[in-house]
Design a protein around this ligand. Structure first.
Ligand SMILES: [Cu+2]
Length: 148
């Protein structure tokens, strides 16, 4: 009886050690999963924030027609990304530039659309023009107002 009991104890001891060995691995596995989960969440949050920031840009459409822009004033907020969408409804090339802010869209042909995105960092009035040919002298100018 006594030796049997001792056998039972030794048999019981071994599975207990195996169990604690397994649970240590389980614990490491859980910790790794948590770290991976947190890292993944942070990456996801960062990338989704970027997507939100990009789609947060205010879009302002300006149309070029008859060698004129349809807007003479564009008002934007300082520090806020803005997308200028230039629609060319004319029969010649046009373009959109704010030279003082180093903002230049592509030059586009008839029935084309282009976009340029920027974030104005200083309050003030800036001239925008079509820099193609002599269109600015013909009246393709306006004022970009950057306000608080
Ligand atoms: Cu033009």
């Amino acid at each position: 009886m006594i030796s049997n009991t001792s056998d039972n104890i030794s048999i019981q001891t071994e599975p207990t050690q195996v169990k604690s060995f397994n649970s240590r691995f389980m614990l490491i596995g859980v910790v790794v999963l948590i770290i991976a989960g947190v890292a993944g969440f942070l990456l996801w949050r960062t990338s989704s924030n970027n997507a939100v920031a990009a789609s947060n840009a205010t879009v302002i459409t300006i149309t070029a027609k008859d060698t004129m822009f349809d807007l003479s004033t564009i008002t934007v907020k300082v520090g806020q990304p803005v997308t200028i969408r230039l629609v060319n409804a004319d029969d010649m090339d046009h373009q959109f530039s704010v030279n003082d802010l180093n903002v230049h869209s592509d030059q586009i042909g008839p029935n084309q659309t282009t976009e340029v995105t920027f974030t104005p960092s200083q309050i003030g009035d800036y001239e925008f023009i079509c820099s193609y040919s002599h269109h600015a002298q013909l009246g393709m100018v306006g004022t970009l107002k950057v306000v608080k």
